[in-house]
Design a protein around this ligand. Structure first.
Ligand SMILES: Nc1ncnc2c1ncn2[C@@H]1O[C@H](COP(=O)(O)OP(=O)(O)OP(=O)(O)O)[C@@H](O)[C@H]1O
Length: 577
């Protein structure tokens, strides 16, 4: 395999740019390398291409990614308005004629990607790091074959084409999902299309995976309609269910966003919706009016503290309440429980132990401590209320069911954000609780949250349920991996997102983000240069930059690609389905 292309350039200069960080608290520097290549009108140097330059260490090269380039002509370097007009015109006329001469070159701007390439006895090795390059030394362009071999996993899933390389982008979807995914782009850049594509490919290639999409914009039932039909699935709504298949077809067509490109497919879509009804895949989700119905460890601790502080509780009982707190703390540490976890019968032994001790101390039978303990005991030991309704619990049970015939794709539709936040918080908590109670690595569950800034906002408020959803999503992203629970979140405004969670996402897909703050934040979080992130401003619809940290790609190098259009396979399947 040819590692480098024949075209070579030379490293002329390194410039360092420093700017304040997005939060204004510090500063950050980026290096831009300036490399000269021979002038050619069909030069293969486009943004995203990889270059290797010699470093001060023998056989070691620094890897750079092309950000931009500019053809330059020596005669133009000092040409400005000070030169008399006639002379200027004459110079420019001559330059126009002599671009293909020794006076011209292509100036390439590139950023280091944090890698060293070592070539020893024909063996090639990548390692992370930075070694100062040798000015004046050669810069070599990676061949497409080398690009493919070193950056992508051989058995990766193809999700598009690398821009300017004629190479398929192959990613490890399994790893990407394992370490959570972020999709960041302005409205209309193709976020939903890419998300649907990733979900589609993941369901096709990871048999133990289940996907739960919380859809506030009523898009995914269409974007994944063929998958809803093909797989065992659920399309879940908070509204009354339709009475028959005809009613279902009409209603669903009316309530969903149909992309323009699918205008010719309205009939197929209506029929597919009718079929979902006859396949018994529609469900109405019941949410209890009082919202959360569970006692969490945090709430229990508060209740005990109130007893300790209560001046009407006899002093003799207070040590027992304190003991209860200590034992709870021990249990929570041992079982790695958080304040948001739901209290279950795990705490029975602990309650009995304190009860016995209180009895041994001869406390009166009607003491507050006995009443308190027995109330908590009867709460945790109560029989679950069984209802016919499809509620969060039923949904969680289906999602965690590892049998072949259980549903794999769940789309929960809730255009009302408050409801959506409540569903997200209850569902994540419920699934966590069940997974912790009976630990299993299957199925793996991926939660997909569009408009993530609504679920994990920068500012949370209790009354619109954002505090609850924020806690739940943060827990999913921080601790989910241990429990085979994962997240894909997408947003158009990073500024409104609780950015603490960004570090938890190891694979980012970025397209056009018009606000500088959003781009700067991405650049800082992933240590990629501003100029590379700024490239996304020029992206066409469906064009993305994937940045991964030890996840989707073999090496953590930002790659610019054009995503496959999710609608192509959808149309194909609707036509033949
Ligand atoms: N990879 C792609 N190839 C071709 N067309 C695409 C691609 N991705 C998106 N599109 C088209 O671009 C348009 C916008 O895409 P999409 O709805 O996914 O954007 P979005 O970012 O989710 O927008 P919004 O935030 O408004 O939902 C759609 O018509 C879609 O079909």
């Amino acid at each position: 395999m040819q590692l480098f292309l024949d075209t070579e350039g030379r490293l002329r200069e390194i410039k360092v740019f420093t700017r304040p960080t997005a939060d204004g608290r510090g500063s950050i520097s980026f290096r831009t390398f300036i490399i000269e290549f021979p002038f050619s009108r069909d030069i293969m140097i486009d943004p995203g291409k990889l270059l290797a330059v010699e470093t001060v260490k023998q056989n070691k090269y620094l890897l750079l990614e092309v950000v931009d380039y500019l053809p330059l002509h020596y005669a133009m370097i000092n040409l400005d308005g000070n030169v008399p007009k006639e002379l200027r015109d004459e110079i420019m006329r001559r330059v126009e004629e002599s671009w293909n001469s020794s006076e011209s070159w292509i100036e390439v701007y590139a950023s280091p990607v944090g890698y060293i390439l070592e070539i020893q006895d024909g063996e090639i090795k990548f390692s992370k790091g930075y070694i100062p390059p040798l000015l004046g030394s050669k810069a070599k362009l990676f061949s497409p074959d080398a690009f493919e071999k070193f950056i992508f996993y051989e058995d990766g899933v193809n999700i598009g084409k690398v821009v300017n390389e004629n190479v398929d982008l192959k990613i490890s979807l399994r790893k990407a999902i394992k370490y959570h995914i972020g999709v960041f782009a302005y409205t209309g850049s193709g976020k939903s299309n890419l998300t649907a594509l990733l979900v589609r490919k993941a369901l096709q290639t990871i048999p133990e995976l289940k996907v739960i999409i919380v859809d506030v914009s009523m898009e995914y039932a269409i974007l994944l309609l063929d998958q809803l039909l093909k797989l065992n699935s659920r399309l879940i709504t908070l509204d009354r269910l339709p009475n028959n298949d005809i009613d279902a077809g009409r209603r669903l067509i009316r309530t969903h966003v149909i992309p323009e490109e699918l205008n010719d497919y309205r009939e197929e879509i209506r029929k597919a919706f009718e079929k979902l009804y006859t396949q018994d895949k529609l469900r109405k989700l019941y949410i209890p009016p009082q919202g959360t119905l569970y006692l969490t460890y945090g709430q229990l601790i508060d209740m005990i503290r109130n007893q300790v502080d209560d001046k009407y509780v006899a002093t003799a009982q207070k040590p027992f309440f304190l003991m209860l707190l200590q034992q709870l703390d021990k249990l929570m540490r041992e079982r790695k429980l958080t304040k948001d976890d739901i209290v279950d019968d795990n705490i029975n032994d602990l309650l009995s132990e304190i009860e016995t001790k209180a009895r041994e101390a001869n406390l009166r039978e009607n003491s507050a401590i006995f009443t308190f303990i027995s109330a908590i005991k009867s709460y945790v030991n109560q029989e679950p209320v069984t209802t016919e309704e499809y509620d969060i619990e039923a949904l969680a049970i289906e999602a965690l069911d590892s049998s072949q015939e259980s549903p794999r794709l769940f789309i929960i539709e809730s255009p009302n954000m408050d409801d959506a936040r409540l569903i997200v918080s209850l569902l994540i908590e419920q699934i966590f609780m069940r997974r912790k109670r009976s630990y299993s690595s299957t199925p793996t569950i991926l939660f997909v949250l569009d408009e993530a800034q609504e679920f994990i906002p920068f500012d949370t408020r209790q009354k619109d349920n954002s505090e609850a959803s924020s806690n739940a999503v943060e827990k999913l992203l921080r601790h989910g991996r241990k429990y085979y629970l994962h997240g894909l979140i997408s947003t158009q405004r990073l500024a409104y997102l609780n950015t603490n969670v960004l570090q938890q996402l190891h694979t980012y897909f970025i397209s056009t983000l018009p606000r500088p703050y959003d781009r700067q934040l991405i650049a800082e979080t992933f240590g990629i240069s501003d100029s590379l992130v700024d490239k996304t401003l020029e992206f066409d619809v469906g064009q993305w930059m994937i940045v991964s940290f030890k996840a989707a790609l073999k090496e953590d190098i930002p790659v610019i690609f054009k995503a496959e259009n999710n609608l192509i396979e959808l149309k194909e399947n609707l036509k033949h389905g």
